[in-house]
Design a protein around this ligand. Structure first.
Ligand SMILES: Nc1ncnc2c1ncn2[C@@H]1O[C@H](COP(=O)(O)OP(=O)(O)OP(=O)(O)O)[C@@H](O)[C@H]1O
Ligand SMILES: [Mg+2]
Length: 497
């Protein structure tokens, strides 16, 4: 195989990311040298432009479209190194190959430090130059290919506005895609802030109904009496306040999608009425003599467990079956940790754009904090945390300090365990109050409790208490001297596991 492969000089020049032959800018004050470089490069199929000095070079680079600069160092108007420095400040900046005089290794080193891709020492062989040009352009092509791939990967982590890298979310994207032509009812379940409404909208906007209305109503937010007329409409005179006809949301959503949020909050009577509408495909406004056909796709949501709601009688089983033709469950964010960073980055870009701030990324430690948090408020909480951080941050990078204190999942769990161990005592001070403890005694009790919870490990106990180890040792010694709190203070290294 290797024998059959063309040699470098037989290969056509590497096309750039935009598909055209690479454009090389030669910056050289010596006319003969400029001509030689131009001819050699053009012979190899590159597009070449040549200028006679550093200033002109910078101007040309700023106009864009330059893939590579080959430049001399010694030039009368502006030194090649100064030009290099300025070119590197242009974005996207082309690679630069610097031509240095024989024996001036210092200049070569400085050029590379300033960001030159390579340097060539005079006198040089043309093949040597072409090889370096090839390398520079290959590297550049690779880099833009990488950027393209990264972009593609990111795009596959999203479906419309929904971001999701985790397996569950990827499956959900596939499901929404498959459902795009269906009018079947969908039940979306998941805790608060997991994205139920977003999914409902996505189902609508990815269906042939997208040009018809998406109407959302929160069943928990409206009293039952109003909800009925809100959903099904009424005729003038149907009740005292009905001065005109009102269409109702089913009619309003005709041809589109009706999103019924918090469906389990609907009264049993309304649930029965809703079921009838779904089965018959028609509504009868209050006070109307006849029913009216409607074509509405219903997406319902609940943040409760529907099985449990059926068991305790708050959700009618027949309505549940009617709605649950397709069930989409959104797990808590902590149970799909793969989504945390893609979501955070998405919200970062969004908030930064809105705020007009150049905030680009999260510092590694900030990422860790985001990943360690238990996210009881799910995606909504993450969105708020990122938005706040973007508002506060001053540089391009979000650091841990820009985030609010995020309880780690482990810490939450430990706190919960401690509470259970305490018999679920909600007010930690009630007992202290009853026992008439002083602040020092309360502190001592708490320190001893934490030490016990950490299995006697003083380093960890100190960390958990927010004390340095010396302070903890000193306190333990005081307690030992006072004859309270056990003799763990002076016992040397026990517990240092
Ligand atoms: N996968 C996701 N990708 C991008 N944004 C998301 C995602 N999930 C949720 N969000 C955003 O998080 C916020 C909360 O989502 P949404 O309102 O859909 O949650 P919900 O499940 O309906 O919550 P609740 O039960 O409290 O009404 C919204 O701003 C939404 O755009
Ligand atoms: Mg919602």
């Amino acid at each position: 195989m290797a024998d059959a492969a063309p040699t470098i000089s037989e290969l056509p020049p590497e096309p750039t990311a935009s598909g055209h032959a690479a454009m090389i800018l030669v910056v050289e004050d010596d006319g003969a040298m400029r001509m030689m470089l131009r001819e050699a490069l053009e012979e190899d199929g590159y597009t070449v432009e040549a200028v006679g000095g550093g200033r002109a070079g910078i101007e040309r680079v700023k106009q864009g479209g330059v893939d590579l600069v080959i430049s001399d160092v010694k030039m009368p108007d502006l030194d090649g190194l100064d030009m290099l420095r300025e070119i590197k400040a242009v974005t996207p900046s082309p690679h630069v190959i610097t031509i240095t005089a024989f024996g001036s290794i210092d200049t070569a080193i400085r050029a590379v430090k300033l960001g030159a891709f390579d340097y060539i020492t005079k006198p040089f062989d043309v093949d040597q130059l072409i090889l370096s040009v090839q390398k520079a352009l290959d590297e550049r092509a690779l880099r833009s290919e990488l950027a393209r791939l990264r972009d593609e990967v990111q795009r596959s982590y999203r479906w419309g506005n929904i971001i999701g890298k985790s397996a569950v979310m990827q499956e959900m994207f596939a499901l929404i895609r498959r459902l795009s032509r269906s009018a079947a009812s969908v039940l979306v379940t998941g805790a608060s802030g997991t994205g139920k409404e977003l999914v409902a909208k996505s189902l609508h906007f990815n269906s042939p109904r997208r040009d018809r209305p998406f109407v959302a109503i929160n069943c928990a937010a409206i009293p039952d009496t109003l909800l009925e007329s809100e959903l099904f409409g009424y005729k003038r005179g149907a009740f005292t306040d009905a001065r005109t006809d009102r269409a109702g949301l089913f009619v309003e959503a005709d041809g589109g999608t009706l999103f019924l949020d918090e469906i389990a909050e609907l009264s049993p009577a309304l649930q029965a009425k809703l079921l009838r509408v779904l089965q018959e495909g028609e509504v009868r406004p209050l006070g109307a003599a006849r029913s009216q056909k409607v074509d509405v796709r219903v997406v319902a949501a609940t943040n409760k467990d529907p099985e449990e709601n059926i068991a305790n009688g708050t959700l009618r089983q027949d309505l549940f079956y009617r709605l649950n033709v397709i069930h989409i469950h959104l797990p808590a964010l902590r149970d799909r940790a793969d989504d945390i960073l893609p979501l955070a980055e998405h919200f970062l870009a969004q908030s930064a754009g809105r705020a007009g701030k150049d905030v680009r990324a999260f510092h590694e430690a900030a990422k860790k904090a985001l990943l360690g948090h238990s996210w009881p408020g799910n995606v909504r909480e993450l969105e708020n945390v990122v938005e706040r951080a973007v508002a506060l941050v001053e540089g391009p990078l979000i650091r841990v300090d820009d985030l609010p204190p995020l309880a780690s999942a482990g810490r939450d769990r430990r706190a919960a365990e401690a509470q259970v161990a305490d018999g679920g005592d909600v007010d930690p001070f009630a007992a202290a109050l009853a026992r008439g403890l002083t602040l020092a005694e309360l502190e001592r009790d708490y320190i001893m409790k934490v030490l016990a919870a950490e299995g006697g490990n003083k380093t960890r106990a100190a960390q958990r208490l927010g004390l340095d180890r010396k302070t903890l040792y000193r306190k333990l010694e005081e307690y030992a001297a006072a004859g309270v709190g056990g003799g763990t203070a002076s016992g040397g290294n026990e517990g240092e596991r």
